[in-house]
Design a protein around this ligand. Structure first.
Ligand code: EPZ
Length: 401
């Protein structure tokens, strides 16, 4: 059973700023990013406590305090507090966010959309100062279907008297989950999961209890672990429709997969076949967050595979580490060409970001001999107990403090 989705939990945690009543979020994962988001909420005056695996959050005393750089840089999702604070308090000051070093990670689409809603924004010394006393509805056309910008604009538009329409918005399952959560609290959001979302402002949100969706990226990571090691694996807790593009690739590589409800079973073939081409795209295309894991599988698949990373500018930092393990990969700009080899060999490697780091663990499961993956704090931002879970699946892995 996979954990709840990090990328659903984070915007949903930010959304609790909008509610003056108690909210209970079930199955709260122990990801570092979730824990850090809770730290930010507490700095904004919300009461947050873990209770029997859930997070109990009370936003009665929330206040639009400044989110300084030492807090904001903890994670990319700190930027979601901006939209939520503007939604409830009509003002906010936040430092630029942090997040995985996989590209420039600008927030120009967030700020352009907020300005289109009448928010006055000045930026100085790495801090974003917002005055939303004249926040109004309107129609925003996003230049790119940005997940974060879509979520921030929804959070800014939920409370009020106006109607806001977001065109060319992101369609990820995590966006739908955020909107389902907000609607359960009394919001009026329509069209989530399509390229056009409409938000009718409401006066207030009511407390609720909610369980976010399962993490499709973690589910996909485990399936690829099974494929890499010629194993059999069953993953549950996430609707397989959320990663249909990966299932298609794994079938093409020769794996047998059987999906039923929120369970999916994979049996790996003796010889894996290259999938030929991987193009990362916005949902429902192939997710950038599974690019590193599937590229790792290609390093030991028969044939040649071309990988185009179309979403982030710098998401091949894990490749030099794979090459240390004997992989045959050439990278030019946002394209990687992978020639499958018979096997990888263990080596001392270094995680550089969350998904690339997890992929090095996967490579180590397949490689002959020992692999040491260093700087695993990157991985723990979005996976918890990865070592323990893999041991349950038969891996020989140990954590060294
Ligand atoms: C979210 O990041 C996810 N993070 C990422 O997951 C995921 O890779 C990404 O969406 C794409 O699916 C969370 O949800 C916390 P974007 P986000 O805005 O919101 C450019 C993981 O491993 N862009 O859709 O930052 C941007 O530079 C993480 O779990 C602008 O140009 O993604 C990038 O090239 C990594 N201007 C592209 O859009 C903006 O204002 C996609 O960014 C915003 C984004």
């Amino acid at each position: 059973m996979v954990e709840c989705a990090k990328n659903a939990y984070l915007p949903i945690l930010a959304a609790t700023i909008l509610c003056e009543e108690q909210v209970i979020l079930n199955r709260a994962p122990e990801f570092a990013d979730v824990n850090n988001m809770c730290v930010i909420l507490e700095k904004l005056g919300l009461k947050v406590k873990r209770q029997g695996g859930a997070l109990v959050i009370d936003g009665a005393n929330a206040t639009p305090r400044f989110v300084p750089v030492d807090t904001a840089k903890l994670l990319r999702s700190s930027i979601f507090t901006l939209g939520a604070m503007l939604g409830r308090f009509r003002r906010a000051r936040v430092a630029y966010p942090g997040g995985c070093d996989i590209g420039l990670r600008p927030i120009d689409l967030h700020l352009k959309g907020l300005r289109d809603l009448g928010v006055k924004i000045t930026e100085s010394h790495g801090v974003i100062n917002c005055d939303a006393t004249e926040l109004h509805g309107g129609t925003i056309a996003l230049d790119f279907a940005s997940v974060g910008a879509t979520e921030n604009l929804i959070l800014a538009s939920v409370l009020g008297k106006d109607r806001t329409v977001i065109i060319n918005c992101a369609r990820e399952p995590e966006i739908v989950d955020l909107c389902n959560f907000l609607n359960k609290m009394g919001a009026r959001i329509y069209g989530a999961g399509t390229g056009r979302i409409e938000i009718e402002g409401v006066a207030r949100l009511n407390g609720t209890e909610y369980t976010p969706i399962g993490d499709r990226i973690i589910a996909g990571t485990y399936l690829i672990a099974g494929a890499l090691t010629h194993g059999k694996i069953e993953v549950s807790g996430c609707n397989s429709i959320f990663f249909a593009s990966l299932i298609d690739k794994l079938r093409y590589s020769g794996c047998f997969l059987r999906a039923k409800g929120d369970k999916i079973y994979l049996k790996s073939p003796k010889t894996l076949k290259s999938v030929g081409l991987i193009e990362t795209q916005v949902y429902p295309g192939f997710p950038t967050d599974l690019q590193a894991q599937l590229l790792t599988l290609q390093t030991v698949s028969k044939g040649c595979c071309v990988v185009h990373e179309n979403i982030f500018e710098s998401r091949f930092k894990f490749v030099p580490e794979l090459i240390k393990m004997g992989a045959n990969v050439k990278v030019r700009d946002c394209t990687a060409v992978v020639e499958g080899v018979a096997d990888l060999s263990g080596a001392e490697v270094y995680a550089k970001d969350l998904r690339g780091g997890a992929s090095l663990v996967l490579a180590g499961l397949r490689a002959k001999g020992y692999t040491t993956v260093n700087d695993i704090y990157h991985i723990e931002r979005g996976y918890c107990n990865l070592d323990k879970r893999l041991i349950e699946l038969g891996a020989q892995i140990r954590r060294e403090e």
